[in-house]
Design a protein around this ligand. Structure first.
Ligand code: FEO
Length: 170
């Protein structure tokens, strides 16, 4: 496997692993706040990021490279509010999209069209994840300080995570 592509893919393995840990920390925080729907959504999201990481690990190894399983820095444990959680999540996804775009650049520079093709799945996934994070932020902004709204929002997220689980399994 092309060394530069392998290095860039391994960097992405680390990014997905740290995303998974970050969302796991958010999920645990939400659970302790009694926001069970939000927690469920974030636990599912954390699992999804682990799946993104595994998919990269397997691809690197199958193509004759060596996947490197990284040390992951401990994520932030305390969050100011649910708004803070989802703003951080959106910012994080925007940063991940940037990394995926850089990965696409490396593939094109190195003329590795097979990896380029593989990475397109992540390009589409980022579009969906950014859109979902923006929709959630819009809802949070609509709710403002309304406690009843927060209750309904939390319930909605529980349903959203059930939908995500269904699509991830297939
Ligand atoms: Fe794997 Fe949310 O990016």
């Amino acid at each position: 496997m092309n060394i530069k592509v392998e290095k860039a893919l391994n960097k992405q393995v680390e990014k997905e692993a740290s995303s998974s840990q970050f969302y796991l920390s958010m999920a645990s925080w939400a659970e302790n706040q009694g926001l069970n729907g939000t927690a469920k959504f974030l636990y599912t999201h954390s699992d999804e990021e682990r799946f993104h990481m595994l998919k990269l690990v397997k691809f690197i190894n199958e193509r004759g490279g060596t996947a490197i399983i990284p040390n992951v820095e401990a994520p932030k444990k305390n969050f100011k509010s649910i708004e803070n959680v989802f703003q951080l999540l959106l910012n994080h996804e925007l940063a991940v999209t940037e990394c995926i775009n850089q990965l696409v650049d490396v593939c094109l520079q190195e003329k590795d069209y097979t990896t380029h093709n593989f990475i397109q799945w992540y390009v589409s996934e980022q579009l969906e994840e950014e859109a979902l994070a923006r929709t959630i932020m819009d809802k949070i902004n609509l709710i403002g300080k309304d406690k009843g709204g927060l209750y309904l929002f939390d319930r909605d997220l529980e349903n959203a995570s059930i939908q995500i689980e269904k699509t991830t399994v297939n």
